[in-house]
Design a protein. Sequence first.
Length: 339
Amino acid sequence: MRRVTQLDVAREAGVTRAVVSYVLSNSKGSSIRISEQTRNKVVSIAKELGYRVNLSARSLITRRTQNLAMLVPDLANPFYPMQIKGAQIAAHGAGYRMIIFDSSASSEGEQDFLEMALGGVADGVLLSAFHLSSEEVHQLLDAGIPAVGLIEGLGGTGIDMVETDQRKSIECLVDYLASKGHRSIAHLAGDLSTANGRARLEAYRAALAKHGLPSEDAMVLEGNFLREGTAQLVESWYFGLSPARRPDAMVAANDLMAVEAIKALKQRGVSIPGSLAICGIDNIPEASYVEPSLTTVGQDHVAIGRLATRLLIERIEGREDGAPVHKVLPSQLFVRESA
């Protein structure tokens, strides 16, 4: 079937193509004056004929796609869909569409996203990237594609940032566990090849030192921030320790791994929190429903996505100059049954 054009709408409505273009693009500030009756007629006929905006043609004229692209590491982690929700609310409110790309927390996935973004599919990007280097981020900026970071490891790249203080989140959990009398606290780390994984490990060690607690390599097990592989990792590590060497508490680098640890150890008969108290970070919805429910530190994820998108649109639509904006949103401790 042939695509309906603005000329088709103009002929049916008995007006010029320029009038149709003006009405359907919602143009403002022009000297053209069109009656409400004509405007309604054009809109009605366009709908009746099934007219659709030719986005490729429009982008050639405006040099804008009206698309934003958002890179996330793991759509299976409820943390990211909540951020996406906030981002989409802000994007749609400003007349933009949102493209979502899941990198599977891999360097290869992030490279695919970078190539896609450099290909011009979006006017700006939101980045939750574990592996992109500062030089790679600057490829986007050099190509005129604004970017906003949503993850701590991007803080030194010169782009706007919206995040929570992950170091304070770890410190808060260790403070809480120490106040409950725990003296042997392990860390289920994220991927230590990433800046985020390393930052949370450093924060854990600093928090132990603050309380005069021992920091031992045997009490750190490296995960991947994902569900996959966490249960087997935790089981192998925990039961590989002699009973006398097992810790009495654990801080996981995110809720997803903490939940998997709880499920795996509980299934093997470990009393939680009796034998091992477990905490996480993010306050994902599942934290309230797992048994026992998870003690965690969390943020307003929807607000983070919404604020980051607003900053990005500001960059796209005019605030091109000036120092990078760095917004740090507060987090909150949610004490539940697991610790």
